[in-house]
Design a protein around this ligand. Structure first.
Ligand SMILES: [Zn+2]
Length: 780
């Protein structure tokens, strides 16, 4: 193996400093990674021991050779290759992704999946992929050297690409400017107050505001700053836009709404040209043969009304929405045929990527890594200037450079600088210096990130917008349409769910009141249904001024005030609500505190009411004796911190399983054949677990867990004790709750761990998902 000397290829001094910085950052990240690994390792070692105890029949003993040492490794076939790799990591320090495991006798097969570990011989050999490349001693040093080498190669490739560019650039070097320039007048349309007003009018502002405040509250932030609120609102605007705008391949027939087929281009009408549609696609109806026109409008004022198009229309219109709500925004033009938006987030202190077609934000590597796009130029256009932001969207700059053949780098910079100067011509000097400082920061950040390899663990799916064939024809589908490319360790997240426990507990006084007043089971069910109706009306009213009159409940006005009201006083309080007697004798339910707390709590109480009505229907003797699980859910453990093997960000994060609401869920992109979640109790408090409940998620029954083990730990996760084990469990319905009582109680735990071993149909999915997890202690 030839070693390349860094100095020998003459890395420029500025580059060299950048390189040193990158290496320092990398070293620090590597250390953090090792610590995390060590933590998992301690867990997995214990796991392995307990597994073998539980499942002696499926255990195997391997003798694994590494360099001059041989290790005996116990392995449970139910655990899978991933666990085995972690076991080997603990013994050899070779990270799982760098392990190469092969048979060490006649059968020199490469172990690549779980089934290999069932059939291969007992003697194995393990080598590090890195060791194979270079046989020097001192592995850690090697890793760094390799990084140096890699970087040096990249720099060399860049220099070569630049040289090549000088020869390859076409004669028409004005082409770059011709492509970009028209977008300047386009983005200036976003500054028009009439267009902004038209856009704003279509947005349910209060609802998005409520959603953004609830999303912050779910992270424990009940008193967000203005910049945090603005940031959260922008994300809600993105999600709303994604739901509202429609993607069009072939529009439905104007006459009969049936499918159409393309018929080429038509001549634009004056009414279409008026809104910038110089291109009009024609489609013929498959049923009535009528021609439907699809004008490609460029004026976002028209798009606010039509709400449809392909990515050009989506990004164009969404950027107007961002400007209308005062966000500094850019239209991003990717020369390989895509458009999206960037907004400056005051909260993050930097520009943030937002793709309205995909509803994805702050994932700039989505295109290169997720869609396998071969990027060349990514240009940001705003009223404040035009910038080359390609470096934010790539980690393969040398490859990107080799495809930048329209103009030399010098020409590109000069053209953009000139355009920016033109945009800023009339700006005050103070504004100018602020913008220039920010430009500088942005350029430095892009340079810094360009050579970092350890990006935050994120899920980068293939393209989702457009129909499947179209995406395949563009090769933007990613490696697996259903599977994220990289989903690994997640951050430790804290459950903000004390309100869930409080709401569950509050039902104790509701039920007690019913029983004390001899309300029969059927009457109790009826009252709970009425309560659900009242709270439903309350949920529909504007979140800052919620109010509903009890007397307006049809047919029940007379009966509920005396019967229901006294029993729900405590429940109302925990929902930040209260009853109010009007001068005319009517009773209203109104807000009593922070409206966001009510917004956060209402979905929880709905789910709890549905469950309670369901459980009451199945309850044989309604009375004090029935006041236990599943009907009454007392002593639910809350506010713990959770860590999972994987999660789908942002709509399937692990804490979603603890938020007490129905539609949210924890989704593990690679969990079908095994995944885990660890729950650490707040303040290390010891609890005797008496029961737990799992609820199936909203869709995809094949992803339901089927086999699992629940462990408890009395030392915060160093050692584990099996509390419960279930096999072949079936959730027949969506949102179905199942209650499991712990048979051998008495073990005190301050950490819990679920090992979901298998989902319902491992052959049709790579994912595991669960709607909710509730843990109940003997007392709090
Ligand atoms: Zn038709």
């Amino acid at each position: 193996m030839v070693k390349i000397d860094l100095i020998a290829i003459r890395v420029r001094p500025s580059r060299r400093r950048g390189l040193e910085k990158t290496l320092m950052v990398r070293e620090r990240r590597r250390k953090i990674k090792m610590e995390t690994m060590r933590f998992f390792l301690s867990i997995l070692k214990r796991w392995q021991k307990t597994s073998n105890r539980e499942n002696k029949m499926a255990a195997r003993k391997f003798s694994v050779r590494h360099r001059d040492s041989t290790f005996d490794v116990d392995y449970d076939t139910a655990d899978g290759l991933e666990v085995f790799r972690f076991q080997l990591f603990s013994l050899t320090s070779i990270p799982p992704e760098e392990q190469k495991i092969i048979g060490d006798d006649d059968d020199q097969r490469l172990v690549s999946d779980d089934s290999d570990l069932v059939t291969i011989s007992d003697k194995l050999k393990i080598v590090s992929i890195n060791e194979e490349i270079s046989s020097d001693s001192g592995k850690e040093k090697e890793e760094l050297l390799k990084s140096d080498e890699e970087l040096a190669r990249m720099f060399q490739a860049e220099e070569e690409a630049l040289l090549f560019q000088l020869h390859a650039v076409g004669e028409n070097s004005g082409q770059f400017e011709e492509t970009v320039h028209p977008y300047i007048s386009k983005v200036l349309m976003y500054e028009d107050p009439i267009r902004q007003e038209a856009a704003k009018k279509t947005v349910p502002v209060e609802r998005l505001e409520e959603k953004s405040l609830v999303s912050l509250a779910r992270e424990g932030n009940f008193k967000p700053s203005k910049t945090e609120q603005d940031h959260a609102f922008l994300l809600q605007l993105l999600f709303w836009f994604k739901q509202t705008f429609r993607w069009v391949n072939a529009p439905p027939c104007d006459g009969c709404s049936n499918e159409t087929v393309g018929q080429g281009m038509g001549t634009p009408l004056p009414s279409e040209i008026q809104y910038g549609a110089t291109r009009v696609e024609l489609f013929r109806c498959k049923v009535c043969s009528k021609i439907t026109r699809f004008p490609r409008y460029n004026d976002p004022l028209k798009l606010v009304e039509t709400k449809r198009g392909r990515c050009g229309e989506w990004a164009n219109c969404f950027t107007l929405y961002c400007r209308a709500f005062g966000y500094e925004s850019r239209l991003i033009l990717d020369f390989t045929d895509h458009v999206w938006t960037e907004c400056f987030s005051q909260s993050l202190g930097r520009w943030m990527h937002l793709d309205p077609c995909e509803g994805i934000y702050d994932r700039p590597l989505l295109y290169e890594k997720g869609w396998n796009k071969k990027l060349n130029y990514v240009i940001a256009i705003s009223k404040d200037g035009v910038f080359d932001v390609t470096k934010r969207y790539t980690r393969k700059w040398h490859e990107v450079l080799s495809r930048r053949n329209i103009a030399t780098e010098q020409t590109v910079s000069a053209v953009l600088a000139e355009m920016t100067r033109e945009c800023r011509r009339s700006f005050a000097s103070e504004t100018l210096s602020t913008l220039e400082d920010r430009d500088k920061c942005e350029r430095e950040a892009m340079e810094r990130d360009l050579y970092s390899t350890d990006d935050a663990p994120v899920s980068l799916p293939g393209r989702q917008s457009g129909d499947k064939e179209w995406r395949i024809s563009r090769s933007e589908i990613g490696s697996d349409d259903n599977c994220s490319l990289s989903c690994s360790s997640c951050p430790v997240r804290v459950c903000i769910d004390e309100h869930v426990t409080t709401i569950y507990n509050a039902f104790s006084s509701v039920l007690s009141h019913f029983v004390e007043n001899n309300v029969p089971k059927s009457g109790a069910i009826e009252l709970l249904k009425i309560l659900k109706g009242i709270l439903g009306d309350l949920k529909k009213s504007p979140y800052k001024t919620r109010r509903v009159s009890l007397n307006s409940v049809p047919n029940n006005g007379q009966k509920i005030v005396p019967q229901l009201l006294p029993s729900i006083g405590h429940l109302l309080r925990v929902l930040s609500l209260k009853s109010e007697l009007n001068t005319d004798g009517r009773v209203d339910i109104v807000l009593a505190g922070d409206p966001v707390k009510t917004s956060l709590s209402l979905p929880v109480v709905f789910k709890a009411l549905d469950d309670m009505i369901h459980d009451l229907n199945n309850c044989d003797n309604f009375g004090k004796g029935s006041f236990s699980l599943p009907l009454l859910k007392l002593n639910r453990i809350h506010s713990g911190s959770v860590l999972a093997s994987g999660e789908e960000f942002p709509f399937g994060i692990v804490t979603s399983a603890f938020d007490g609401t129905r539609p949210s869920k924890w989704e593990e992109p690679n969990g079908a054949r095994g995944c885990w979640i660890i729950y650490k109790v707040a303040d290390n408090k010891m609890h005797e677990l008496v029961a737990y409940e799992l609820m199936s998620a909203n869709d995809a029954p094949e992803r339901d867990p089927m086999d699992w083990v629940l462990d408890g730990s009395n030392d915060g996760g160093s050692s584990w004790h099996v509390l419960d084990k279930q096999t072949s469990q079936m959730f027949e319905n969506r949102f179905q709750r199942k209650t499991f009582k712990i048979k051998s109680t008495g073990f005190l735990s301050n950490a819990f761990r679920f090992r979901f071993l298998k989902v319902r149909d491992v052959n049709s999915t790579s994912r595991m998902q669960i709607g909710s997890i509730d843990l109940y202690a003997s007392r709090m």
